[in-house]
Design a protein around this ligand. Structure first.
Ligand SMILES: Cc1cc2nc3c(=O)[nH]c(=O)nc-3n(C[C@H](O)[C@H](O)[C@H](O)COP(=O)(O)OP(=O)(O)OC[C@H]3O[C@@H](n4cnc5c(N)ncnc54)[C@H](O)[C@@H]3O)c2cc1C
Length: 456
């Protein structure tokens, strides 16, 4: 039986009165980035200052039979932080500390509430580089990106968040503190327990801090917008550049023509290339300026072979940023009423057929408009479509999701499952895989108190 007032008093005693947010102050916070006008529905938002306080909060909630929804920067795109009004939401916003960078082991310890941008800045100030990067960098947190195993713009070269976490600390559903804060790249000593919290969306524990792996700062970049006859040619360009630059291609973003035209409408980004090519890609290679000629030679050779139709090179940091704005300004799609966002994975060699087929199916849905783009170098496509009525949206979902199982694709490349994609999980995971996930959940959280109802 839930004892509402008692649990709130207990939580206030643990985190101090300013650590508990209720009433109008709580309702003034949005439910999620995707629901800006919907108020946060929780019973209260609790803001512990460290791991110890988090453990005491979790224990108190467990004893009172109250469930907890962890909340980071609230930029997740699958409704993973949505709450019921009898749940506590636990925000990491007071756990933002970043310890001094260790330049020899190339690591930094960051609180789970530190933003990605703050970690990037701390690394840069020490002459190092934190490679995770995504449009939400100013708000998305270390804990949130661990819990969703975020991907972003440099997965090709550095991998997803999983590859950047050497150690972490988490609080389990009964309040146990599980600390694996070791700054080690190699540590084959039984189960790698930190993996339990990477990509599991707050269902197995609350991450409170992490040891993050840093890299040497890239000496420079060559960035180009390239037009190709099709996706398969884009893939050939990617593979040629990866070979020529020994894996130093850090980004390869595919832009289909409707997306390119939308993002380069007058008043938005200036189009470096004409609007009528069949396929565009932004390619970025980490290299010293002297290597630019070698990159241009590669493009020339591919142009001679017909793999590349046209290309524009960024000749200054300003031009590089302008090129990236063509890819990044997702708010332009909202302004054009193409607000429903999808994130899927498809093997690169099947991508062209998949996109053609899905576009053809959506063209037959009255009122539907769709654009497609994405981190195609890592199989990841993003769709944005119009938001129609229930029947229309169901038809759009079918066009995008239904072919994925046969293609060995995934219904979620990098955003996770949350609440939004729960019904789609079975398209990407076998019954045995889902049963094993449930087994792990039951073992670690038998009373289903941590982010209940999400993922499974
Ligand atoms: C403009 C924009 C661009 C984006 N681009 C990308 C992209 O390129 N790649 C990508 O992968 N994602 C992208 N995202 C999605 C989003 O930024 C990521 O999912 C990010 O990892 C969420 O971090 P957050 O701190 O906002 O987490 P939240 O949204 O607060 O939470 C996300 C999930 O993690 C759980 N959680 C949060 N903190 C903790 C914790 N400390 N312990 C346990 N569980 C926790 C929550 O319960 C929830 O289930 C983008 C989002 C936006 C708005």
């Amino acid at each position: 039986m839930m004892q509402t007032p008692a649990i709130l008093d207990q939580l206030a005693a643990i985190v101090g009165p300013s650590g508990l947010v209720t009433g109008d102050e709580l309702r003034s916070r949005p439910a999620a980035w995707t629901r800006p006008s919907e108020p946060c529905a929780a019973l209260a938002l609790v803001r512990p200052r460290d791991t110890e306080e988090t453990a005491r909060v979790v224990k108190a909630c467990a004893e009172a039979g109250v469930s907890i929804v962890p909340r980071g920067g609230a930029t997740g795109l699958v409704d993973g932080i949505l709450c019921e009004n009898d749940q506590i939401t636990l925000s990491t916003e007071r756990m933002t500390g970043i310890a001094p960078v260790d330049p020899l082991s190339m690591t930094v310890v960051a609180g789970s509430g530190a933003t990605v941008e703050a970690v990037q800045n701390a690394a840069r100030a020490a002459g190092l580089f934190f490679p995770l990067d995504l449009g939400a960098r100013g708000s998305a947190t270390v804990g949130g990106t661990i819990s969703t195993n975020a991907g972003g713009l440099r997965v090709l070269r550095y991998g997803m968040m999983r590859e950047m976490v050497l150690g972490l600390e988490a609080v389990l559903a009964d309040g146990t503190i599980l600390s694996s804060m070791r700054p080690l790249i190699k540590n084959n000593t039984g189960l790698d327990l930190k993996q339990l919290f990477l990509g599991t969306e707050g269902t197995l524990g609350i991450v409170t801090q992490a040891v993050l792996r840093l890299r040497p700062e890239p000496a420079g970049y060559v960035t180009a917008l390239v037009a190709c006859p099709g996706v398969d040619d884009g893939a050939r360009l990617l593979r040629a550049a990866q070979s020529a630059f020994q894996g130093r291609v850090s980004s390869f973003e595919g832009l289909w023509p409707d997306f390119y035209r939308l993002m380069t409408k007058p008043g938005r980004a200036t189009p470096p290339l004409g609007p009528d090519y069949p396929f565009y890609a932004i390619i970025e290679v980490e290299c010293v300026p002297e290597e630019t000629d070698r990159f241009v030679d590669l493009l020339d050779r591919l142009m001679g072979e017909g793999t590349v139709l046209d290309a524009a090179l960024a000749s200054s940091e300003e031009q590089r940023q302008a090129m990236w704005r063509i890819r990044d300004r997702v708010e332009n799609m909202n302004a054009d009423g193409i607000e429903r966002a999808f994130d899927v994975s498809v093997p690169l060699d099947r991508m062209d057929g998949y996109v053609r087929d899905a576009l053809a199916r959506m063209a037959a849905i009255p009122g539907c408009r769709a654009v497609v783009y994405g981190h195609i170098g890592d199989n990841n496509l993003h769709w944005n479509t119009t938001d129609l009525d229930a029947a229309g949206n169901e038809a759009i979902d079918a066009a995008i999701y239904a072919p994925l199982a046969e293609l060995n694709g995934s219904v979620s490349a990098e955003h996770g499952i949350g609440l939004m994609k729960r019904s789609k999980l079975k398209l990407s995971r076998s019954p045995e895989e889902i049963a094993t996930m449930r087994l792990v959940k039951r073992a670690l959280d038998p009373d289903n108190r941590l982010n209940p109802g999400k993922v499974f």
